[in-house]
Design a protein around this ligand. Structure first.
Ligand code: ASP
Length: 424
């Protein structure tokens, strides 16, 4: 059985185990299995992935820029990616708002009075986030995993190295070798993926409050429908229109990245897997992917925008507040802007929602209402976020002639192999 199938099996078994534990609701099992073994197993794996993100981005982006060898092309690739990331997010939230409005979710309900949600600050303003792309201290940016700053520094470093090409070849060679080592580390970590995914899913499902979902079934199902529609219809139409690629092959190849995103609920932690997928499985040139993937993980959040669109309609309807076309236009704009520079970590979408609600004067405390069911939705929307990253990366790569179609068309390309450590 190949690794992807093993991971899939881990996912299914994890859901079953989590469901059983949820049903049993036994204190001993909850403490020792759910919050013990499952928690530790999942956390160790996510930690290991996160540990590799910063070195991976730096070591692949610098030689990537060096390999493009053309600063103009770099600008073109950057502009295209940003435009596509923003456009797809705007389409996502517009779809979500329309669907939620048509379904009339929340209409005629009674808003509860005693909700416990203080509303966390959404942090820095968009302008400050943009300014923060140029870090004052690069080590601080490395340490806090500040992706936009790390991307900026690496590109800058690559361009400088390129401008004195003859003298910097050895340094780039060294970085290239570092990249190979870190990539190998990713593969070694992935070896544990089936067990880790089992633990992550087991814990997530065991923790889900089934009764909470039943209460919010309208909201919950509209978010899920909008997410599935965006990932499997809208994004696929866009991909087909721009690239003509075989969609079934594409979907089968990105499946492991989707599963990782779903299990970890973090596009950031999934970066190593996404990068590996687009490079080794889809055949995207590293010059494009090493920029576009971490960038997308940070600024591209189609799934998150969808949740925000549905939540806005739901709460507005529930409280009988009329937002009107103008209000919804503000929601789209704020959500798209808020998705830029917001950390790709679990449940950050709810924090960003605070910002959206404030813009259109919806009661921020109402977010407390939907918080209980957010974990499962977070997992699902993160998978959609990562799908968007692979779609945009493929479109940009294909349009620049930087996609190896032989690799793409080979169903087995980039499959993980057994690891042999040869110390002889
Ligand atoms: N967990 C999501 C991500 O990392 C962000 C969110 O919607 O909360 O992509």
């Amino acid at each position: 059985m190949n690794l992807t199938n093993k991971v899939l099996l881990g996912l299914v078994l994890g859901i079953v185990a989590g469901g059983v534990l949820n049903g049993l609701d036994n204190a001993w099992l909850n403490t020792n299995i759910v919050d013990g073994v499952f928690y530790a197993g999942g956390k160790l794996f996510v930690n290991a992935l996160k540990m590799l993100v910063v070195p991976l981005v730096i070591f692949s982006l610098i030689p990537g820029v060096f390999a493009i060898g053309d600063i103009k092309l770099l600008g073109k690739v950057g502009t295209k990616s940003i435009a596509l990331y923003i456009a797809t997010t705007a389409i996502a939230i517009a779809t979500a708002i329309s669907l939620a409005a048509i379904m009339g979710i929340g209409e005629g309900g009674t808003p509860p009075q005693d909700i416990d949600f203080a509303g966390r600050s959404a942090g820095a303003s968009t302008l400050d986030i943009l300014i923060g792309i140029v870090p004052t201290n690069i080590f601080k940016a490395f340490a806090s995993g500040d992706m936009l700053a790390i991307i900026f520094f690496s590109i800058f470093f690559g361009i400088a190295a390129l401008s004195i090409k003859e003298e910097t070849k050895e340094t780039i060679n060294f970085i290239e070798q570092m990249n190979k080592i870190v990539m190998k580390m990713v593969e070694m970590v992935m070896w544990f993926a089936p067990y880790a995914v089992f633990c992550l899913l087991g814990k997530a499902i065991a923790d889900v409050g089934i009764d909470l979902i039943a209460d919010l079934i309208g909201y919950f199902s509209v978010v899920v429908i909008a997410l599935l529609f965006h990932a499997f219809v809208t994004q696929m139409i866009i991909l087909k229109a721009f690239t003509g690629l075989n969609l079934r092959l594409f979907l089968s190849k990105i499946r492991s990245a989707q599963i990782f995103a779903f299990s970890t609920a973090s596009s950031g932690a999934t970066i190593p897997v996404t990068l590996r997928t687009v490079q080794n499985r889809l055949g995207v040139d590293r010059a494009i992917s090493s920029f576009s993937v971490p960038f997308g993980a940070t600024i591209n959040m189609d799934g998150t925008a969808i949740m925000q669109g549905v939540a806005t309609v739901f709460i507005a309807n529930l409280y009988g507040i009329e937002l009107g076309m103008q209000g919804y236009a503000i929601v789209v704009l704020t959500a798209v802007l808020a998705s830029i520079g917001t950390a790709a970590v679990p449940s950050v979408g709810l924090v960003m929602l605070t910002l959206v609600f404030e813009q259109v004067n919806l009661p921020v405390a109402a977010i407390g209402l939907i918080m209980g069911v957010d974990r499962l939705l977070d997992m699902t929307r993160t998978a959609v976020n990562v799908t968007g990253d692979t779609v945009v990366t493929s479109i940009v790569a294909k349009s620049e002639g930087k996609m190896d179609l032989d690799t793409f068309n080979d169903p087995d390309a980039g499959h993980l192999e057994e690891i042999h450590i040869n110390n002889g």
